[in-house]
Design a protein around this ligand. Structure first.
Ligand code: SER
Length: 888
């Protein structure tokens, strides 16, 4: 009996042998289709190849595609567990032709695989075709020899396939298997077609049109093929089972659930095991593709599925969280074809454990409340909307979980009442928000959030994706279109652009629609709405259009490296300076990073060196950087660094960086654990290099470190190196000797300066004669008087020069005027034997006044003052002579 893994390989190998490229499954989060919540068919990743927008180096492909049908248009969630063939997660096998072969080959390829490779009895197969598709009928007859009664013409949409309201589409032919008349049910198209006798196993779509929003349909440039066969269905058939849940992979998961709960896999709890097995697959695969539980969009669908499974685990009597314990069984079954499961295993287990632990805290109380409400209702009455809303709002019961719980009791929920209660709560939130004094400009974003919902961020996983333009805002007003040259703010339903937060700058890049292009110059957010600041560069962009969104990869990579380095710096600071270091602010820009932290003194060179060295050590470990989601309390218990005073929601992203486990007994070690919503490199080695370029005080008790990483750090160091080399060359020394030589030169310079000053003084005293003889004195009123204008002497040297003159004179008065940097400094001295006749203070004051200045002061034997310039020096000397002349 072939396993599902065997069947998957047989399928892919068969088409590879027939000229098809085996292409990996794409992510469950579609990047090229903004209208889809999850990838729900094999053709999703090829959508643009059918329409001719994109070309690849192959025209035939085959895939086993991961699919989730649990949200948006395709939603099988409610039926899972209760039926034989509904899943939230399944694999779709498919073969594709992009303008290569068409019906004439697609039908024979499918027929031969089923009847020859898989050995299915041809007599048990029958097909449907679109009622007008005579060509398909002819091929079926010719190649498979099917008689008319086993080719059923269907006129409905059942045989016309499209992925959504727009996009590639076409008529299809479906292959059915007849399980035999012992099972109830009629052939397709008959009134009892829903029975289980005739089961559809393969759908071959003849892609030939593209459907547009305005209802028109155009021929595709090339006729193409898209086929889809559920692996679980064909598996059930080939394994001789009638129920997909009896196929090997799902059976193994059901048994794992039974074993972990000590219950019978086929007993009363069988439905619970089926739900758990299915939901374990969808939740784990979604998380492996980057979706994490949340309160919005995809994250909320994931949480709904998780909680539904968790309630069934609770119904099985599991006293501890169960789901995370089943992940190893899933990895055993599916880790080989899907290695992303292995890579994400620890994160998936952690997240499931956190979610289940938290949900269990309210689950029982919620279920009790539900029972109490039901007890007060007439038999079979629907649960009133407000009660369902209370379960949702207070106990975290998604609506479909309540519906699932009621289904077992034959009851339903008043959904309109639930919606009304939800709308009333939103209105209340809006009213209290409007009253909080926010600016009118911000109000437009709140209204938008209400109308179009929060933006879904895809940028942890991808740098390019398609989104749908939901709103355009120009100068605070909504517009339906913006044209080339206009600046506009754009809101889309999902985006890879990071909106500025937590110190990380917003992304920039390009937005492209069918009618135009815009440059995104910044991204910010108000509440949950991401605002793309754009400038339309070509044509026009309009509301409702699908838009290709591409983040500037270079810039984002630089930002990422800087952000990760900031975490490492935070850790290194704590190691080197102490645990008191706490983040006070940060900037993670493409060209630099900045980190403010509490510390009340400057860092010395040793400390800076140690910090630099430590960060670079972390980088060289090239350790993985991982992200998990948990409650703020759990994160703190783990030792996560959180911003003090920051408000966190129900769950936080926790980014950890650590030493890789070498497998040689070191077991790895996590150095840095931080709450962080930013984007990071995958491995610390991606940072490349780290260098501190500045350390300064930011405010009282807060230091600021500035640093560079990667190529910028290298360029900085090279620049320093070059400057050193140039200095060495100029000094004719080796680089290592430069500091010693510079110190020596400085000492020498200081000595020379002293010598020059001394010589200047001597020169000044000698009146510039160079003979060493003193300036001759004149005699005024019997007092020897020396008056001199000096240049190249600084004001502070004047007092000692005055003293020198006084010494030489023995008895007398001195007036010196120095021309220093265009200003005049004045000093006067009187030998002590004369101070009772004349005061130096009077000499200075009269001189300064004569030079047009004011003031001057000191003692009777030595006084100083200053004036604007030396142009009045002669007048100053005369004024001094007058004072001396008037002396008693
Ligand atoms: N797109 C078609 C389907 O999902 C065939 O692959 O059924």
């Amino acid at each position: 009996m072939p396993s599902l893994n065997d069947i998957r390989s047989t399928f892919l190998d068969y088409f590879a042998r027939n000229g098809h490229r085996i292409v990996d499954s794409s992510s469950l989060v579609p990047r090229n289709d903004p209208t889809l919540m999850f990838t729900a068919a094999g053709m999703v990743q090829f959508k643009n190849l059918f329409t001719g927008v994109e070309h690849r180096d192959y025209t035939r492909a085959t895939t086993a595609q991961k699919c989730v049908r649990a949200g948006g248009k395709h939603n099988d969630l409610d039926n899972v567990g209760y039926t034989a063939r509904h899943h939230t997660f399944f694999e779709m096998l498919g073969n594709f032709s992009f303008g290569d072969y068409f019906k004439e080959q697609a039908i024979p390829l499918a027929w031969d695989l089923l009847t020859k490779e898989f050995g299915i009895d041809p007599d048990r197969l029958l097909v449907t075709v679109y009622h007008t598709d005579e060509e398909a009928v002819k091929i079926w007859k010719a190649h498979a020899g099917l008689p008319d009664e086993r080719i059923i013409r269907i006129a409905t949409d059942d045989n016309f396939w499209s992925a959504g309201p727009t996009g590639p589409c076409g008529p299809c032919t479906e292959i059915f298997y007849d399980h035999g008349d012992h099972i109830a049910g009629g052939p397709p198209g008959s009134p009892d077609e829903d029975g289980d006798r005739f089961i559809e196993i393969w759908n071959l779509v003849f892609m030939q049109y593209e459907q547009f929003e305005d209802g028109t349909r155009r021929d595709l440039p090339n006729q193409s093929i898209d086929t889809g066969m559920g692996l679980e269905r064909i598996g059930a058939l080939l394994q001789g089972k009638h129920d997909n849940y009896d196929t090997d992979i799902l059976r193994a998961l059901i048994e794992a659930s039974a074993q972990a709960t000590g219950t019978d896999p086929d007993g009363a709890g069988n439905i619970h095991h089926r739900v758990i097995a299915d939901h374990l697959r969808s939740t784990s695969f979604l998380m492996a593709d980057g979706v994490l539980p949340g309160n919005e969009g995809r994250g909320y669908v994931l949480r709904r599925i998780m909680r539904r499974a968790m309630r069934h685990a609770h119904l099985l009597g599991a006293s501890d969280p169960l789901m995370h314990r089943l992940v190893p069984a899933l990895v055993r079954q599916m880790g080989q074809p899907y290695p992303e499961l292995v890579r994400a295993q620890a994160m998936i287990e952690d997240t499931l454990l956190t979610e289940e632990t938290r949900f269990r805290q309210t689950l029982e109380r919620g279920l009790r409340l539900l029972d109490d409400e039901l007890a007060g209702l007439p038999a079979a009455a629907a649960l009133p909307g407000p009660s369902a809303f209370k379960l949702y709002d207070t106990f975290g019961f998604p609506l479909d979980l309540t519906q699932d719980a009621l289904r077992e009791k034959g009851r339903s929920v008043d959904v309109a009442g639930f919606d009304a209660a939800m709308a009333a709560q939103k209105a209340k939130a809006r009213a209290s928000w409007a009253g909080s004094g926010e600016t009118a400009d911000a109000a437009i974003w709140f209204d938008l959030a209400e109308r179009v919902g929060n933006t879904e961020f895809l940028g942890y996983e991808t740098e390019s994706a398609e989104g749908q333009i939901l709103a355009l805002v120009r100068d605070g007003t909504e517009v339906s279109e913006a044209t080339a040259g206009q600046k506009v703010q754009i809101v889309v339903n999902q985006t890879p652009f990071y909106a500025e937060a937590g110190g990380q700058v917003g992304d920039t890049g390009q937005l492209t629609t069918a009618s135009g292009r815009a440059r995104i110059t910044d991204t910010r957010k108000v509440g949950g709405v991401f605002i793309h600041f754009a400038e339309v560069t070509e044509g026009s962009v309009s509301r409702g259009a699908g838009a290709g969104l591409a983040v500037d990869h270079e810039r984002r990579s630089l930002v990422r490296a800087n952000h990760s380095a900031t975490h490492l710096l935070n850790e290194a600071l704590r190691e080197v300076l102490g645990d008191h270091v706490a983040q006070r602010g940060s900037l993670n820009a493409p060209d630099r990073l900045r980190f403010d932290f509490s510390h009340n003194r400057a860092l010395d060179a040793d400390e800076l060196d140690k910090i630099d060295a430590r960060v670079n050590h972390f980088i060289r470990q090239n350790a993985p950087i991982s992200t998990r989601l948990m409650t703020p309390d759990d994160a703190r218990a783990l030792g996560a660094q959180a911003l003090f005073g920051e408000k966190y929601g129900d769950e936080v992203r926790v980014v950890s960086m650590g030493e890789a486990d070498t497998g040689k007994g070191n077991n790895g070690r996590t150095w840095s654990i931080e709450l962080c919503g930013g984007t990071h490199v995958a491995q610390t080695g991606d940072i490349g290099l780290f260098v501190i370029t500045g350390d300064s005080a930011s405010s009282a008790g807060v230091r600021r470190i500035e640093a560079l990483t990667g190529a910028a750090a290298f360029a900085y160091l090279k620049g320093q190196d070059r400057a050193l080399a140039e200095s060495a060359l100029a000094l004719k020394a080796s680089a290592n000797d430069v500091p010693g030589r510079v110190r020596g030169l400085l000492d020498e310079r200081r000595a020379l300066q002293n010598e020059v000053a001394q010589l200047r003084r001597e020169l000044a005293i000698s009146g510039g004669r160079g003979s060493g003889a003193a300036e001759p004195a004149e005699t005024v009123n019997g007092i020897a008087f020396v008056a001199q204008v000096l240049s190249g002497v600084s004001g502070k040297d004047l007092p000692s020069l005055v003293d020198t003159h006084k010494e030489r004179l023995g008895s007398g008065a001195v007036l010196l005027i120095a021309d220093t940097d265009g200003k005049a400094a004045v000093a006067a001295g009187v030998t002590s034997d004369l101070t009772d006749r004349v005061s130096a203070v009077d000499l200075v004051k009269s001189a300064v006044a004569a030079m047009g200045g004011k003031g001057g002061g000191g003692r009777a034997d030595l006084a100083q003052g200053g004036a604007k310039d030396v142009s009045g020096a002669d007048a100053a000397m005369s004024a001094a002579r007058d004072i001396l002349g008037a002396a008693s």
